[in-house]
Design a protein around this ligand. Structure first.
Ligand SMILES: Cc1cc2nc3c(=O)[nH]c(=O)nc-3n(C[C@H](O)[C@H](O)[C@H](O)COP(=O)(O)O)c2cc1C
Ligand code: SF4
Length: 434
């Protein structure tokens, strides 16, 4: 399991409980979790709030989805609850599409109770009696952990029929799913849960209106759901006092530097510099060249952007995004063109192929970077790449198309000289491939 990093004692802990003010608590069983306050939020939602006030509370808290896009959770809850239908569902997205980021897995291993409690609160609020928790089929350790947690929570009456004597059922099923990168995208995940081959769907309608089996479905990342019990227990105002005004709360970040790596719970709005420092930052003999923020479709930012706040709005303005919660320190001496080549080829290979601008466009983009890597760029190539990236983004069917161009466009924006055809030696005419 990826190590959890120690965070400063003053930082809020919403997702991972602490024992001593600095170190996250060791995973324990349901009894220990209940003794520490787990499922108190569910009791309060049932006993004191009821569905309408619970949804109003989530709305007022300013909680944004942690799955990458940062969409306001309260708006989704309202839509799912208000859409007329014979039944509704909650789907917890614990797939963890980025193969190099294990933040959602860490949450499910260390604190599955918060995710289950969030699912129960959400299901009762939107009037869904069935819910699914999707995790990777190949991860047997995680499957065992969450299945045992669901089993004990059901035996104790926190899930299952007549939750805590409320007269409301929340039948939660753990669903192992197996597929490629695109399976993390919500409409693909819903198809997988229906047993169908998946490609993203055009929206609207959004899953909150028409999702699983055509019914209103609240799809949330597991971190989003795990934040809900804390909000219900402590209130919207307390939640808004954490993180940044526009992005309250905390998220899990997988930090990788030359000297250390691990996962930490970080208040949104923390400067990138301080998040990076949790992994020990960069050592004097290996200074920083760039940071890759957001996973394989993330943005490359220069060292002078380290004061950027780690939150949805600030990162987007800087040319990156929260994405899979991955933050990688790129050492001086790294060939950024080569790195962008690896990322762009990954994004191109993983594109599902449903829409032509993405299917063909990302391939052409990868070829342009490949030419640059081989020193074969023409003077027109940077402009060609810029125009092609804009065309790809402009015709996006799903977010992958919008983000797949980011490694290259952010690289060209901040490290233009490395992408300048004149700066890389061109092979002699006799060496050039014909
Ligand atoms: C290519 C791609 C991969 C994605 N992978 C994940 C993932 O692994 N986990 C996740 O929660 N959301 C992922 N998302 C985002 C989901 O589509 C969706 O927005 C999210 O699950 C909604 O939850 P939220 O409201 O809590 O953010 C992905 C999106 C795209 C375009
Ligand atoms: S934009 Fe790309 S990944 Fe998304 S549906 Fe179209 S081809 Fe598939």
């Amino acid at each position: 399991m990826t190590d959890l990093l120690r965070t400063p004692a003053g930082w809020p802990s919403i997702l991972l409980a602490r024992t001593d003010g600095t170190a996250p608590a060791v995973p324990t069983d349901l009894d220990a979790a209940v003794a520490a306050g787990a499922f108190e939020g569910l009791r309060r939602a049932i006993r004191d709030l009821g569905p309408v006030a619970t949804i109003a509370l989530i709305d007022a808290s300013g909680l944004r989805g942690r799955g990458g896009a940062g969409f306001p959770a309260g708006r989704k809850w309202r839509t799912a609850a208000a859409t007329e239908a014979p039944r509704r569902y909650v789907v917890a997205n614990g797939y963890g599409a980025d193969p190099a980021s294990h933040t959602d897995r860490a949450l499910l291993m260390h604190n599955p109770w918060a995710v289950l409690e969030g699912i129960a609160i959400a299901a009762i609020a939107i009037d869904a009696s069935e819910a699914f928790l999707a995790v990777r089929a190949e991860d047997s350790e995680l499957l065992a952990r969450v299945s045992a947690a669901v089993g004990s929570a059901t035996e104790t009456g926190f899930l299952g029929p007549d939750v805590l004597g409320s007269g409301r059922d929340v039948l939660l099923t753990v669903r192992p799913v197996q597929g490629a990168y695109m399976l993390g995208e919500e409409t693909v995940l819903l198809k997988a849960l229906e047993g169908k081959r998946g490609q993203p769907e055009q929206r609207p309608p959004h899953p909150a209106e028409r999702g699983l089996d055509g019914m209103p479905t609240l799809v949330h990342n597991v971190q989003t759901l795990a934040t809900v019990p804390w909000i219900v227990r402590e209130g919207a105002e307390a939640f808004r006092a954490t993180g940044s005004p526009d992005s309250p709360g905390t998220v899990l970040v997988q930090v990788r530097t030359s000297t250390g790596q691990g996962i930490a719970e970080v208040p949104l709005g923390t400067p990138l510099r301080d998040v990076l420092a949790l992994g020990d930052g960069s050592s004097a003999d290996r200074p920083l060249k760039a940071v890759l923020v957001g996973g394989p479709s993330g943005g490359l930012l220069p060292p002078d952007a380290l004061d950027t706040a780690y939150d949805f709005v600030s990162l987007r303005a800087a040319g990156a995004h929260l994405g899979s919660g991955s933050l990688v320190a790129v050492e001086d001496g790294t060939d950024l063109v080569e790195l962008v080549g690896v990322l762009t080829r990954f994004c191109s290979t993983e594109a599902c192929g449903k829409t032509i601008p993405c299917r063909i466009g990302t391939k052409r983009l990868a070829e342009l970077v490949g030419r640059r890597e081989a020193g074969l760029s023409t003077p027109m190539d940077p402009q060609l790449a810029t125009d092609l990236a804009a065309d790809i983004v402009g015709s996006a069917l799903c977010d992958h198309e919008r983000l797949a161009t980011l490694p290259l466009t952010s690289g060209m924006r901040y490290f233009a000289s490395e992408f300048d055809p004149a700066s890389r030696s061109q092979p002699a005419a006799s060496e050039a491939p014909r």
